[in-house]
Write a protein that binds this ligand. Structure first.
Ligand code: AMP
Length: 199
């Protein structure tokens, strides 16, 4: 791994999902990030896929930074064995997770995970950043969301370059390889607006 890429943000569910494969994938992701000497940035929770990923990375000797809003520390608990930053609210949390990270891995999760993924996709679409975004699952979990985004491209509500810049992986290693490849090949400035001249 290049020394210039330091931190990977993981967005994922605060629940374990309905099958052990989800926790298994989360643990493997935490291990892969720490094995590659990358820091894991995440939402700070101790539960579900969030807790499983962070604990695997931390117990493997990896650096982990959890960023959690105060109300969630009290409501459900933070994984404070790893470095934990308590922030006032969700907006500050998401901005700090964004600023502290060089790329995003999106593991299976619910509405909170989708919201986080959509925000970084939206900021990429607006060219606020070009940090790699990888959807990671080994059971096609993200296919419906990726199909919806493809639909918005086909209907010309999203620029077509976004289609090539969103990635899907089935193993953590594949996700990290894609991130490294993207990191080594920075994109030029993209067109923010959809080309409507061809309608
Ligand atoms: P979901 O995918 O709906 O489970 O949402 C995951 C997101 O929910 C996290 O990134 C947080 O925004 C939030 N969340 C829910 N429970 C917790 C928790 N115990 N600790 C931290 N974040 C949580």
């Amino acid at each position: 791994m290049s020394t210039s890429m330091k931190s990977i943000c993981v967005f994922c569910g605060s629940s374990p999902g309905n099958h052990p494969r989800y926790i298994k994938l989360a643990k493997a992701t935490g291990l892969a990030i720490s094995d590659n000497e990358l820091r894991m940035v995440y939402g700070g929770g101790a539960l579900g896929l969030m807790g499983a990923t962070a604990k695997a990375a931390h117990k493997n000797g990896g650096k982990v930074l959890g960023i959690i809003p105060e109300f969630l520390v009290h409501a459900e608990g933070a994984y404070t064995e790893a470095e934990t930053r308590i922030v006032p609210d969700m907006h500050v949390r998401k901005m700090q997770m964004f600023e502290e990270s060089d790329a995003f891995i999106i593991l299976p999760g619910g509405i909170g995970t989708i919201e986080e993924a959509v925000e970084v996709m939206s900021w990429m679409r607006l060219q606020i950043h070009q940090k790699p975004i990888i959807f990671l699952s080994n059971d096609n979990y993200w296919d419906p969301l990726l199909s919806l985004i493809k639909h918005t491209i086909e209907m010309r509500f999203t620029p077509s370059w976004m289609g090539a810049d969103l990635h899907a992986a089935t193993t953590p290693q594949e996700a990290l390889e894609i991130i490294q490849r993207e990191w080594n090949n920075p994109k030029g400035k993209r067109e923010i607006w959809v080309d409507y001249t061809k309608i």
